[in-house]
Design a protein around this ligand. Structure first.
Ligand code: UDP
Ligand code: MG
Length: 316
């Protein structure tokens, strides 16, 4: 097998056939062998039966059916686990990432690069909020994390087999795939593109999933929020100590010590607020440590279609 295309799908009945058509058109131009792996991430619409239909008419199409919704990043991981190609391309089903770019990626790969990622020069048809929050997210992450994670770059990328093997050896549960790809290293390069509008349907990333995604990324790739907590704590202690000296001095010198109710309340509220924030930050990390310690499988596969015997691994 030469190329594996990994496509996570979650309630994408409006785009599945068009996605298949465009990908097939592009992959046939390579004149090399390929497989299209659809990971159905617990869709509740016709996505599964549509992909099954494609499976029976085209042996290049493969299906991994999750037992429930495990999330985009886990779906990509499952695709990489099952892929057989020498090069693996991850692409969204909604055609926001133009499949034609795959040919350009393959070109770079043949020049000897191991990772070819696609950076978004522009995003079409997305809300102002999404654009703004995405821009802010990538920049904050870059500031806070200890490794270089390319700006404005999604999961649309080509990786070589050896990068895929390296990724498989990383077993963490709260996965931020694009960060992990940066972490493994190898020879990486980028191409830039204009992100199209969704072909049909609507985004499967509501605010809640976006927040989970962002906190996974930050917590997995940076310890700075924890450090920030202790820095903030130290600064506040210094101020408190100075204030304490001031209060004691006032008392000793018999200046007026009118009961300062307002200032006391203000201090208590402020300090409690800070304390809760810090506890929350610590909680984020502890929660994830707990997740990792449980060592649950990343996902459960209900059934697969068109995979050969040696590719059949129920749980990874
Ligand atoms: N997706 C998934 N599981 C989820 C959410 C999304 O497999 O829980 C898939 C979705 O079907 C699509 C890709 O991830 O192929 C990207 O999602 P979407 O286009 O909705 O995200 P956006 O482009 O709006 O950030
Ligand atoms: Mg999309």
């Amino acid at each position: 097998m030469r190329y594996s295309i990994v496509v996570p799908v979650y309630n994408e009945e409006a785009v599945v056939f068009e996605c298949y058509r465009r990908l097939t058109e592009v992959m046939r131009q390579t004149r090399e062998s390929y497989e299209l792996i659809f990971i159905n991430d617990g869709s509740r619409d016709q996505t599964s039966s549509m992909v099954s239909q494609l499976c029976s008419s085209d042996p290049a199409v493969k299906l991994i059916e999750f037992s429930r919704n495990f999330g985009h990043q886990i779906a990509i991981t499952a695709g990489m686990d099952h892929a057989q190609g020498d090069a693996i391309v991850v692409i969204d089903a909604d055609l926001q990432d133009p499949p034609e770019l795959i040919l350009e990626m393959i070109g770079k790969w043949k020049e000897g690069y191991d990772v070819v990622y696609a950076t978004r020069a522009e995003r079409k048809g997305e809300t102002g909020f999404k654009k703004w929050s995405a821009a802010a997210f990538y920049r904050t992450l870059n500031k806070l994390s200890d490794i270089d994670i390319p700006l404005d770059t999604g999961d649309f990328r080509l990786i070589d087999r050896k990068v895929c093997e390296a990724m498989k050896s990383l077993k963490e549960t709260n996965r931020f795939v694009r960060g992990l790809v940066s972490w493994v290293g190898f020879r990486q390069t980028s191409i830039s593109y204009v992100r199209e509008e969704r072909f049909a349907g609507e985004t499967k990333y509501p605010l809640k999933k976006m927040l989970k995604f962002a906190s996974d990324a930050l917590v997995a790739f940076s310890l700075k929020p924890l450090r920030l907590a202790s820095i903030l704590g130290s600064i506040i202690s210094v101020f408190s100590f100075v204030y304490l000296l001031f209060v004691v001095g006032q008392k000793l010198l018999h200046f007026s010590t009118t009961p300062g109710w307002a200032s006391v309340i203000a201090c208590i509220l402020f300090l409690n607020g800070i304390m809760l924030i810090i506890l929350g930050v610590i909680g984020e990390y502890i929660g994830r440590i707990y997740d990792e310690v449980k060592q649950r499988p990343l996902y459960l596969v209900q059934e697969t279609k068109n995979f050969s015997q040696e590719q059949q691994r129920p749980v990874s």
